[in-house]
Write a protein of this length. Sequence first.
Length: 652
Amino acid sequence: MPPKKSARSASRGRPSSAAKSPAASKKKSAATPAKSPAASKKKASTSSKSPAPPAKTPPATPKSAKKTPAKSAKKASPKKSSKKAPSTPRHQMEFDEGDNIMARWPGTSLFFKAKVMFVRDDDNEYDVQYEDGTVFTIKAKDVKASKSLSSGAAKTPSRGRSRSRGRSPGRKSTASSSKSKASPGRTPTTKSPSRAAVRAPPPDPTPTRTSARLAAAKVALSSDEEGRTRKAVPNPSHPRKASRGLLPDWDLSWLQALFFIVLGPALLLTLHTLAKDGTWGPKMPTLSRKPADYWHRDSFLAVFSFLFALRVLNYLPLGSTVRAASGQEVRMNGFFSLLAILAVVPVLVYRKVDVSFASDNYFHLMTSALLLSLMPSTVCFFLARWGRRSNANPKGNTGNFIVDWYRGREFNPYFRGDVKLMLYRGSNIALALLNVLLVLQSVNDAKGKVNPTVVVAAAFQVVYAMDALFNEEYFFFSHDAMNTGLGFGLVSSYFAFPFIPTLITKYMIARSVSLPAAQLIGVAVLNALGYVIFRSSETQRCEFAKNPSQPQLRNLRTIATAGGRKILAGGWWGLVRYPNYLGEILMQWSWVLPAATVAGRADLLVYFLPIFTTVTLLARTREQNTRNKRKYGHAWDNYCSEVPANIVPKIY
């Protein structure tokens, strides 16, 4: 089920020998006599690792103040040193997204075939992907057209051909002066003999240097972590390449987003309408067209008050503080918030307050939650205008309102707290609270008689929610926290989730499901097995992400990848590639197994949650395999050869 950023290095994909700063070169030129044009030309031809600052002609001095060059340089040196250093030369952005180019491999002088993934106009950089799948952020000066290097992909900076000593100084001076008149935005280039085409080297366990954006995360995981690096954000103003096919290149992503905006709430309304009518089998529901059937003022105020209480409990001075994915310090007090809210229930019972509100208005609580999910989605959409660029979601900044509102413009918006964390927290607290209130009302309706099967089945879900909040820190390593923008798609799923597992609880209460002790113990063992697999594998994964050098992780085998990362290949992750998915599936099937004895093949709605979870996680394994292959290259192939099973050993 649903889940920290390291310091930036100074390399940014530059060669290992850093160029002198423009300020230093300017100071040196002021302190020493100017070199001859021939010497400057020779220097330009032999250095190609870093761009030299644009040549500047010294200001002309009046005839009355003529002095020797050495004396004038000495007098001018203190004055020049006080001036600001000239800005770094900006290279022209000649390439577009999808273009095939030749890019310098970071830390070397070699150029390899690559593809432009994203254009950073403001930073004068490109995000390029090499043939082995590695992605780096490269300066524009280190990117060249592939056609110009068709005869040789790799070119190393070499000394230019020695010039004839018989060439007159006048010819050298002319050539040098013509180069000094070139545009200041361009850097002098050198001609070097072409070589045979060289392919990108395979990933090395001990790489040289990597881009700052991609080397920010020193540890990689073999699960659903896409990368704790800065994402490439599309530039809506960047012109798109014209379509070369027979049909126009139409962007229909807004239709897909609109489809899922309607599908999610419609599916939830269908399930609850059938459950409300007592029809738990597959049947076309009759949805009411009257707004009054979906609106209930007291239910709306109850959900709003619940969210307000969560907002207040967010300031509890309990729990440790960690740096969230948004970069802010947040307090891990979700478990204490859960205990504080559940502690109110016994007080209500002692005061003999009617607790049947949740059971009687269950449908309207669900519709009120769907209505309130529009608020954080819209607020976060507009607040993203002033958000940090590094927090932007590339899939939610397309310029289309429907797509961006559904997918979310930011990954982890921060507004008086981490918004995504608070929604995750509220979803689990609501799941536990609804189960407690439903079971409590069933006991009252039975005049104090307790059904052990219903209590145990509901306890599975309460323990699941308590475990999620007790290990709340690990949420920041989940797929939702790291790779999903906070739009309506994710917000509505958090608001709707408590009303899907509790459908199983409502069914068992309505059908008075009761299991023999032996069967109930067997279901409890299956739930415990799934919980142990899920929690232990998640703990290994998240602790390994925090610090792979921890003493308790030293015995776990790892596979080194390019860029200094590692793939966890020991423990549970040495049995299957996604053991946390296996534990999740086992737990959710244990929730519905007690009801299966009554539901059989007729009341199929009760199986919706475990079937949906199983299909979703199976599809996600294929997506993760493709992403990890692109991200880790040959290292992921080695891991897959050692661990062939995705979820179930020797089966799948």
